[in-house]
Design a protein around this ligand. Sequence first.
Ligand SMILES: Nc1nc2c(c(=O)[nH]1)N[C@H]1C(S)=C(S)[C@@H](COP(=O)(O)OP(=O)(O)OC[C@H]3O[C@@H](n4cnc5c(N)ncnc54)[C@H](O)[C@@H]3O)O[C@H]1N2
Ligand code: MOO
Length: 423
Amino acid sequence: MISVDEHLDWVLAQVEPVATVTLPVRRAQSLVTTTDVHSSVDLPRFDNSSMDGYAVRRADLEGASSENPVVLPVAGDVAAGDQERHALAPGQVWRIMTGAPMPEGADAVVKVEDTDGHPHEPQLRVHPDEGAHIRRAGEDVKAGDLVLPAGSRIGPGEIAALLSSGVSEIEVVGPVRVAILSTGDELVPAGEPVGPGQIIDSNGPMLEALVREAGAYVVHVGHLPDDEGAIKKQLHRLLDHADLVITTGGVSKGEFDLVKKVLSGQGSMEFVEVAMQPGKPQGFGVLGRRDVPVFTLPGNPVSTLVSFEVFVRPALQRRAGRSEGGRLATGFATEGWRSSPERQTYTRVRIDRDPTGKYAVSPAGGAGSHLVGPLAVADALAVSDPKAAEVTAGSEVDLLLLRPRSEIDARLHAEDDDHDEEG
Ligand SMILES: Nc1nc2c(c(=O)[nH]1)N[C@H]1C(S)=C(S)[C@@H](COP(=O)(O)OP(=O)(O)OC[C@H]3O[C@@H](n4cnc5c(N)ncnc54)[C@H](O)[C@@H]3O)O[C@H]1N2
Ligand code: MOO
């Protein structure tokens, strides 16, 4: 058996980011930039008002106050989007709206609250500071400024910054297209009648959700029959269309574990036993002319989930050009549990809070890798020391979170509030 780290290192050494593509910014969400991106314009693009009010010459309002308002005639209205270049003559004001370009000669804005709001001859009740309520061209971003460094992941804020900066297309590491294949003649797609000896394929849809949640694109979710020829044909077709392939099942020692048989000796494919529980039988290699990473995960549902978190998620991130770490945390065991002395054990746990506010974890269901039920309440995998035969109550454990931390914390917060109300 090899260690989890040895296997992960061997896998990641063969995984490269997918090819770069140039996409409209709006279609690049969650992808990673490959070059530094600079603004082509000043932001704001022109001096404009930050308030609805009146554009003024300060010199005309010397001494203005509530007791002593100055009344000046309005030369006209400037709305946001007004394309005409206006000029402000001494002794006049322009009524101006938020975002509208400043008229030439105006050096401040008096907001409408500091006036009586009259459309033609307002009473102006303050002597504004130089530049009051003016947003200056380039005060936010100057033409040529760096908007996004290479390696940034594009989210909603990045989209706003890029588009405002005049960038409409961007070079990114391409979307990672993933194909998912379940194997085993016992499997029935959800929604179809389940006959004797049959079970519903839950791994396919679970992996689909995991891949989506990890920010990649699912291009195929299918089923491989226990038939060598059919498996070969499907896999080779997918190697032309997918950037990563995940299969589940058919990799242990059964007579019908055909995935292993078909893929053995292909590309860099290796089938190994990893010192982990669950997830021991693992297969990986890069295949085809595009060196597509192929993971063959063990079929027990919990083994599939653990294998995804430990091996596939990091590989997907690398394929997408991302380097962000896993969802790591620590917690304290509220009770003891057994772990495998020879294998790194991943125990499904539920997270609560201890009285000091730290994560308190307890096993969610039993240890069997076929136990799907408790998956619905598991928040994390507790990773045990491979040499220890148990985790003792009160000890600190490393956690691999199965949900975003924010989601777990929100639930704990809501539960704290409920307790407060009861108490
Ligand atoms: N003689 C041995 N038998 C087994 C060993 C071993 O070392 N020697 N290892 C066990 C371990 S550990 C695991 S894990 C499994 C891995 O088996 P496979 O990857 O070949 O998976 P299958 O045999 O096809 O299925 C295992 C189990 O999971 C169910 N399954 C499969 N696919 C799905 C799916 N898409 N959705 C839901 N459930 C699925 C399947 O019905 C089986 O019950 O091998 C052990 N055996
Ligand atoms: O290694 Mo298996 O994945 O224990 O169930």
